[in-house]
Design a protein around this ligand. Sequence first.
Ligand code: FDA
Length: 405
Amino acid sequence: MNDNYSDVIIIGAGAAGLFCAAQLGKYGKRVLILDNGKKIGRKILMSGGGFCNFTNMNVTSGCYLSENRHFVKSALAQFTQWDFIGLVADYGIAWHEKEDGQLFCDNGAQDIVDMLAAECAKYGVKIQLRQPIEQVEQVENDAKVRFKIHAFSQQWSCRSLVIASGGLSMPALGATPFGYQLAEQFSINVVPPRAALVPFTFRETEKFLTALSGVSLPVTVTSHHQSFTHQMLFTHRGLSGPAILQISNYWEPGESVEIDLLPYHSVCQIVEECRQSSPKQQLKTVLSRHLPKKLVELWFAQSLLKDQTVANLSKAELLAVDNFIHRWQFYPNGTEGYRTAEVTMGGVDTREISSKTMESNKIEGLYFIGEVLDVTGRLGGYNFQWAWSSAYACAVGIAGKSERL
Ligand code: FDA
């Protein structure tokens, strides 16, 4: 047997690739992972502010977007968040739950990378780093080898090939369009990719809002009948924070998003109450008690609101203020793009992939897992859970073929 032969080659040593390799190793498969980077699990290390939001207590298929919306169900059922939490517990990794069921490591994301590395080592998985894969060749009429993989002067061969090369977000962390190009090479459709879980930028007319950089407040943001109530952050380029990242998955270029800047109160009610108790109070003073002072001051400085006593405010003026604060129509200029996006929407068309095993319907032995697929989770640990679940389904699918040669 050629030294460079493996039962399975996985391209990408990220969350999905590492986890899939370890599962396959458990089934006795000879597995090799190839990655273009200097170290494994680079995005895991960066994730969750360095503490890796590795899953979520409330994973459902509704937390994912894909043109084939039922696609995620089988894999999520085969390997659930509880299965991953069990593995984390086996390794004694301490974690804590934050709001909305998000689970983070207590000590740091390195714990998850170390766990995946230990699982790979335990089952004899080989990893070769600094190998930017350039070309994949399909081998016909060979009983053992289905694919040859080329990088620089090196060549490897395998029976099953798993593409776990991720999306386009964060090119500085090794992201490449390799997975999409490979799909196209095999005439597998790719849903056009775009940056997601990503901050919005200001149009020229809203650049004055950069003065608010660093200000954050809870908001409800709505687009396409989806609403998220969370923190929003003004930055020196636009709007960010969890509420904005979540809605960016639903926003379409050219559209507005509606932002309620005071989701837990009613402006009308606050002003009406003040009219009874202290009618001489200025509107600006009243609003500053409920909203960041800097934001309120900017509105008045820019003459977006007119200051006067609450007693003087007419019914129509009050309704206009209420509308201004509860229904801000914000038109993003665009997004910050792949440079800061947490994930990529779109990708390898899931209508061309088996939801049970992640194998291509067209090309036997070719599998796609993780973010390279047209599956995008919400913010909150859902994207890692997709990496674990799709990797597991793929490993079971390959093992189920009993093809060791
Ligand atoms: P991933 O991108 O992790 O791995 C792909 C690997 O393939 C990389 O190592 C890459 O270098 C390699 N590769 C690419 N092209 C190649 C080629 N041609 N040859 C060889 N190798 C190649 N999600 C979540 O659930 N909770 C969180 O807390 C966060 N936080 C977070 C923070 C930040 C800053 C980012 C950018 C992203 C997140 N995410 C997240 C999203 C999460 O990181 C992402 O969904 C998963 O890492 C996807 O895992 P994959 O294994 O599919 O791809």
